[in-house]
Write a new protein. Structure first.
Length: 154
């Protein structure tokens, strides 16, 4: 069951990569000690601080409890120097619980992180993301994932 869902996760993310500006792969842990995998791709776009200019992104998050979240929204990297950056994203999406009920299926993911660009076309970052239904249901425990991510630019 786990391998079939993981394979589906990879296929969904990689299906859009010919049009992507970056491909992101990450692995992490939640505060309860569980693990998770994140796959994303980000479109190109102008890098400005105006939200209207934030590039589009899609993401899939799969955890050790077989819970799955998939969404699309906006992302951005803000340069701190030539090598360091801060990244942020916001994505509404669909949550499919297997073991962890977070209250409904519509969830919003917010993410913030700090990264380091390498020479060439890659970077590594450490991020924390939060899933929440935004109060759409009375139950809203939320879920966090601290992730180490590798980004490859096209």
């Amino acid at each position: 069951m786990f391998l079939s869902r993981f394979f589906l996760l990879i296929c969904c993310c990689l299906s859009g990569t010919p049009f992507a500006q970056n491909l992101v792969v990450g692995t992490g842990v939640d505060p309860d000690g569980g693990g998770g995998v994140v796959l994303e791709y980000h479109t190109g776009g102008s890098f400005s601080e105006a939200v209207s200019n934030w590039p589009w992104a899609t993401a899939i998050r799969f955890d050790a409890d077989s819970d799955l979240w998939a969404g699309a929204g906006v992302h951005q990297q803000f340069a701190l120097s030539e090598q360091f950056f801060v990244e942020a994203s916001f994505m509404p999406g669909y949550y499919n619980p297997e073991d962890t009920d977070l209250g409904g299926n519509i969830h919003f993911r917010s993410l913030v992180g700090l990264g380091l660009k390498f020479r060439g076309s890659s970077a590594v970052s450490i991020t924390i993301d939060h899933l929440s239904n935004g109060g759409l249901t009375t139950s809203n425990p939320g879920s966090e994932l601290v992730t180490v991510r590798y980004t490859f630019d096209y």
